[in-house]
Design a protein around this ligand. Sequence first.
Ligand code: ZN
Length: 318
Amino acid sequence: MRGLEAARRYYSEWFHPFPWAELKLSEFAGLDNYAQGFPTDITFSESIGFLTLPTPESNAVLLVTAHEAAHQWWGNLLIPGKGPGGNVLSEGLSHYSALKLIEQLDGQEARRQTAKRMEERYGKDRRVDAEQPLVKLDGSRDGDTVVLYEKGGWTFWMLEDVMGRDAMHAGLQAFLKQYMNNADHPVLQDFLAVMRPFAPSPEAFDRFTRQAFFEVVVPEYRVTDARVSKEGGQWVTTATVTNVGAGRMPVEVAVTKAAEAAAPQGAARAVTRVEPDAGGAARVTLRSGFAPERLVVDPDVRVLQLRRDQAQAALTPP
Ligand SMILES: [Zn+2]
């Protein structure tokens, strides 16, 4: 109920007013294992989260509800074209919407945990030798499903970071307006053409969308030579961050006081930003007023990457 009510309120605010009177979940017995969002009615199997107890790391019933409710907009109001990349507008945008709703309802940390689970699934189930770019995705290859949902959702999330939240919402609203009642059903290229004029930096938009939609590139970061010294009342951490994967994304690097990789919200941290090329390295220097215990690449879980657990280093203060 919490997910359904929030979906009606926030998706209406972010995307387009919900046009129907009713939105409900219809539970069915675990004879099959899926949920599906028809206009006003979401059929929801008992065995895909309906009976699952939520934990701080994973709330399956909320994720599925938020995803299926998002199909009221992405799939029902907006019907994508039947062609390569079309379905990403339905499944990817629904996963993106679900991440946003989870953050709205349960905060940053819940969103980070959900995004990490999605990223782990992508890293595990993708087929490196067969993966197609999102614009060519047609469901014909092994591994396409995880690209459609997990990479798709993540990609729209990162696009929002590139454009800024208000510009992203304005673009999505314009996209729905243009294609909701249009016999010309859109695919990803149509989506990007509508979004681009809303981007504050067309260059940044092009740089990101070329990599994320038209290529198959995923960064992977390693931290080496991490050292801490003391200068006056400050601790100075230096390290090298290497991108041993592909692609090039601006990414945050932080030192934190908490020894855990996922520092609790509000924990002391100092942050800088690097953008190492594929195969390239960047030196970082971070000054903090506390003795740092860990250096973490992408502490807020905002850049889709491989082997995130290795993109960090424990620090030993002098
Ligand atoms: Zn779906």
